[in-house]
Write a protein that binds this ligand. Structure first.
Ligand code: PLP
Length: 389
């Protein structure tokens, strides 16, 4: 059986050994220098000014939406558009924070929203922000989407938890909007076991994210910024300054274990992306022109970086037959969470209905297989034998 995920870390044995040594020698394992070092290195790698490390991709999404509310860039009741084909915790913070979520359908040929599906959604809603999901290493015409956002004064946010390393029009995904979120959960592009990041070039947003990440206090701000906020709120005594809470927050801090792993795995990120991309190309060139499946258009993408390979069958019957064939041989699963508006949590809280056709098709006729750096030539042959029967 080929599993979806083969390891917790890239170079698993060495990584576990060095993690062991790190824990033994460390006096402090709560948030500290390793986490801060990882933030700096990740920001540099991603080419963004700020990176704020949190304990999961879901926390990254939660912190981002909370921070935009704290800063007044979003207000309760504002409409936020989002990709209908996404993960639960992309849409959940919108509901949790009393925003009005408006799903945007995806294109079958990219699995992502496009300027066309966005424009269609904008006809019926006045949208304040777009929380786009770059699904499984792919994207739509993001440059056009960005232009539309600029034209309509829509804040563009990218959930890039599934597309770290993908390059579109010469730029890494995650660099098209005001901020972007990442996940370092096991099986994603790189793992810190659990972990997430928010990247932004906006200094005020980065500071608010640091506040939201840790209780609403200012301890992770630079000294000059602590000084400023303390003066603003007339917090004059050091006795109280460490226990003053300036805005709504959570505790979403990662640990030094996660920070250490981030620094360790980031050393291999280019190697990881390259291996996955090579696997993907070997498989995709054979499967996407098969008449049983919808072709995926990735001509507009310079480099696809994914951790799974999606297949959308032309009919449900073909998909069900494929599921049966994979039984006991290849681990498979539905494509992300399908049309998220059909999930029980969504229907419980949001009563407005939108016509979402393609995300439904992806859910009822799709599946995905794993793509990891440890895939062997034999695994790829098994994939192709089964998928092309
Ligand atoms: C698009 C998307 N957003 C957010 C998340 C949440 O990330 P995490 O599992 O690190 O909480 C995921 C998880 O797979 C995801 O696919």
């Amino acid at each position: 059986m080929i599993p979806l995920v083969k390891s917790t870390f890239y170079k698993e044995k060495e990584t576990k050994k060095s993690l062991n040594a790190f824990i033994l020698k460390s006096e402090k394992l709560s948030f500290g220098v390793e986490c801060e070092k990882f933030e700096k290195s990740f920001a540099k790698w991603q080419r963004r000014k700020n990176a704020v490390f949190v304990n999961s991709g879901s926390s990254a999404n939660l912190a981002l939406i909370q921070s935009l509310l704290n800063l007044g860039k979003l207000k309760k009741g504002d409409t936020v558009a989002f990709s209908s084909l996404t993960w639960s915790t992309n849409a959940m913070p919108l509901i949790q924070m009393d925003l009005r979520p408006v799903p945007v359908d995806v294109e079958l040929e990219t699995l992502n929203i496009s300027s066309e599906t966005l424009l269609r959604a904008l006809k019926s809603s006045k949208v304040k922000a777009l929380f786009i999901t770059n699904l499984l290493g792919f994207c739509g015409d993001l440059d056009e989407i960005k232009k539309i956002c600029r034209r309509y004064k829509i804040i563009l946010l990218e959930d890039n938890c599934e597309s770290l390393g993908t390059v579109y029009k010469g730029k890494k995904l995650g660099n098209f909007g005001m901020a972007s979120t990442f996940s370092f959960y096991v099986g994603h592009h790189m793992s810190t076991i659990e972990g997430g990041m928010i990247c932004t070039d906006d200094e005020k947003l980065a500071d608010m994210l640091r506040l939201v990440r840790a209780h609403g206090w200012d301890r992770n701000l630079e000294f000059s910024k602590q000084d400023k906020i303390r003066k603003k709120f007339k917090v004059n005594s050091t006795f109280y300054s460490r226990y003053t809470f300036y805005d709504l927050g959570y505790n979403l801090r990662p640990t030094e274990i996660n920070g250490f792993l981030g620094n360790n795995q980031l050393n291999y990120i280019e190697e990881i992306i390259k291996k996955r991309n090579e696997n993907f190309l070997k498989i995709s060139e054979k499967i996407y022109d098969n008449p049983n499946y919808y072709p995926l258009n990735m001509k507009h993408i310079d480099l696809v970086s994914n951790f799974a390979i999606p297949i959308v069958c032309k009919t449900k019957k073909i998909r069900d037959a494929l599921v049966a064939k994979c039984e006991g041989k290849i681990e498979i699963r539905p494509i992300v969470a399908g049309n998220i508006t059909t999930q029980p949590f969504y229907k419980k809280y949001i009563k407005t209905k939108y016509k979402i056709l393609n995300a439904n098709t992806v859910h009822s006729q799709g599946l995905y297989i794993g793509n990891n750096p440890e895939l062997t030539q034999k695994d790829i042959s098994i994939y192709l034998d089964l998928l092309l029967q």
